[in-house]
Design a protein around this ligand. Structure first.
Ligand SMILES: Cc1cc2nc3c(=O)[nH]c(=O)nc-3n(C[C@H](O)[C@H](O)[C@H](O)COP(=O)(O)O)c2cc1C
Length: 574
């Protein structure tokens, strides 16, 4: 029976003041200038950071764990230890046999994608780390499963509670409705949904927080993909559904379940990912949104903060970049590349859970050129190879690299073009004096160019908001997006997609660094235009969306590490 508390589809709970303004004045509001202006206004400058509170209000610190009180919980086993898929096999199509779609394997998927990886403790404070990284460890991303009837699972919508490693049943479908959902999904598949609580990041970072939420969503898309790959499953970002539909499918638009919860605690729909045991040639075009809306709902969202600060600019950009329904994207024609190689035979489950951001780098240890080239190679898309096979678009982001310590490579500024189609425009936009030299031993298919020689450690540190991790690694980089043109051509909602791609790039680097025995860190704090000036980028045609660093980590021995689910008295391999 339809729930009277469910809101009509277009009236979702994320503030939509522009939408209201349209109906009041009759004037159409173009969302593209709003997205572009948000980007300009949330740049960090050498003399001025993007607007934030400027201090941390500990009294309103958001709870990092969302739960839905009253929802039936499906306890998940901690089974990832039993999964032995070597990391190297993830990149060889068909090397990993497809695991059955059952409780154990769905549990592994969530453990490796969004589960806890450890607790850290220092001077009486304790905080959890997760397999998916997050700016400031604030974790705006929430995860969902939409499953057909399976052993241990009634058909319906489940929220993943990472602290308790369980799925909370938010919606249960009766037989007829369950059959409709099963018909909409390809055989042996289910959906993973992602949403963001912008306030979690805004609490610390103010107006720039919307960017970080998108980075984090991108990282999470990649962690879902890698976890699925370790189980021999495919994963496809479903790109035709509107955010209204995603909100309805994830139950984010039910006012009653969020009553007592401040609007800023609420969740913004991000993505639906089709996870499947087999190859899916044509993604589903329609989902039984109304049937799910009419399911049996349970669970009351917890309030995350006792009070909030209102960041209007985030509401504005969230609304401007709200995705409409679109056609199914066409097939991406990838450049033919040699097979991707990885030497790392460590279990992917181990590697994924040991991934950490480095807090400091040693400023000494070099990496081999071969390792460097291999990492860059993993940033290139190949059909059927994770995580890039999840995205439905060709590369929009390229990398400007500060090479500090790579054996056999002259230190300096380099450029990696991830798609040859960008070459002429990028070359025309960059500084005229750049060298454009291909390093002698660089694999033929890597479009890597040395632009400038020299010790760029100071500028790399400066560009990354004076953070020493920008200069103390083997290399660091800024991700250069084909920005204005993409957004103007594709729509304002692409602003979020560009950051998602940056997050996926980051997750590749995180795992590749672990595989190579070094570490990395995402760097969301950088001076946008300082990097643009170095490159000679004079307009906003190309924009730097994310920085990253890779090198030998220096661990902080004062921090105590506690196993991820020790607080539940649960061990792995149950
Ligand atoms: C989008 C993003 C931006 C980040 N920015 C920074 C940064 O500017 N400086 C930094 O030291 N760490 C940064 N980090 C690393 C996070 O602090 C780290 O992911 C978080 O503390 C969780 O730790 P873990 O990655 O070890 O799980 C960033 C991470 C992400 C995902």
């Amino acid at each position: 029976m339809a729930d009277p508390e469910a809101l009509p589809p277009t009236n979702h709970l994320v503030t939509r003041r522009h939408h209201d303004a349209i109906s009041e004045t009759g004037a159409a509001v173009d969302p593209i200038p709003i997205a572009l202006s948000y980007h300009q206004q949330t740049k960090h400058h050498l003399d001025r950071y993007a607007r934030s509170l400027g201090y941390l209000d500990w009294a309103s610190q958001p709870d990092p764990f969302r739960i839905f009180k009253g929802a039936v919980r499906v306890k998940l086993p901690l089974a990832a230890d039993g999964l032995t898929t070597p990391y190297a096999d993830l990149f060889t199509p068909l090397a990993v046999s497809s695991q059955p779609l059952d409780l154990r394997n769905i549990a592994i998927l969530f453990e490796l994608a969004l589960g806890l990886s450890a607790w850290k403790e220092f001077q009486g404070s304790r905080w959890a780390l997760r397999c998916n990284p997050s700016s400031g460890n604030l974790h705006p991303t929430e995860g969902y499963a939409i499953v057909p009837a399976l052993p241990h699972f009634k058909a319906g919508v489940y929220h993943y509670a990472s602290r308790d490693h369980c799925l909370e049943r938010r919606c249960c479908l009766e037989e007829g409705a369950a059959a409709e959902l099963a018909r909409a999904l390809p055989t042996d598949s289910f959906l993973v949904g992602l949403s963001s609580i912008h306030w979690r990041e805004a609490w610390k970072y103010g107006e720039r927080a919307f960017r970080y939420c998108q980075h984090d969503a991108g990282h999470a898309i990649a962690t879902v993909r890698y976890a699925g790959a370790a189980l021999g499953w495919t994963a496809l970002l479903l790109d035709s559904f509107s955010d209204d539909d995603v909100a309805a499918m994830l139950v984010l638009d039910r006012a009653g379940d969020f009553s007592g919860v401040d609007p800023y605690d609420r969740e913004h729909p991000d993505a639906l990912i089709l996870v499947s045991r087999g190859l899916v040639s044509t993604p589903p075009r329609a989902m039984p949104v109304e049937t799910i809306r009419a399911g049996h709902w349970a669970g009351q969202a917890n309030q995350l903060s006792p009070s909030h600060v209102d960041w209007d600019m985030i509401d504005d950009v969230a609304e401007a970049t709200w995705k409409p329904a679109t056609d199914l994207p066409g097939r991406v024609e990838h450049t033919l590349l040699p097979p991707l190689y990885s030497a790392c035979r460590t279990s992917s489950a181990t590697l994924i859970r040991q991934r950490r951001s480095c807090l400091a780098l040693d400023g000494q240890t070099p990496i081999a050129a071969e390792t460097f080239y291999r990492m860059l190679d993993h940033l290139l898309p190949r059909p059927g190879v994770p995580p890039w096979d999840t995205l439905s678009w060709p590369p929009q982001l390229h990398a400007g690299l500060f090479v500090h310590r790579v054996v056999g490579l002259t230190p300096g500024l380099y450029l990696l073009e991830r798609d040859q189609a960008i070459h002429d425009r990028l070359r025309a936009a960059l500084r005229l004096t750049f060298l454009w030299e291909k390093p002698a031993d660089c694999p033929e298919h890597l479009r890597l160019y040395r632009l400038m020689q020299g010790d760029l450690r100071s500028i790399a540190r400066l560009a990354s908001c004076h953070q020493e991790i920008g200069s103390d690694g083997a290399f660091s980089l800024g991700m250069i997006a084909d920005f204005t043109r993409t957004i103007r051509r594709q729509g304002a909602w692409w602003y979020r997609r560009l950051f998602w791609e940056a997050g996926v790039l980051g997750q590749v680097l995180y795992l590749e660094a672990e595989a190579a025995g070094v570490r990395s860190t995402g760097i969301g704090c950088y001076f946008d235009d300082t990097f643009h000036e170095l490159l000679g980028l004079a307009s906003d045609e190309f924009q730097d969306l994310y920085h990253f660093t890779v090198g030998r980590s220096v661990e902080d021995q004062r921090l105590l590490t506690i196993p991820p689910y020790a607080h539940l008295g649960r061990t792995r391999t149950e």
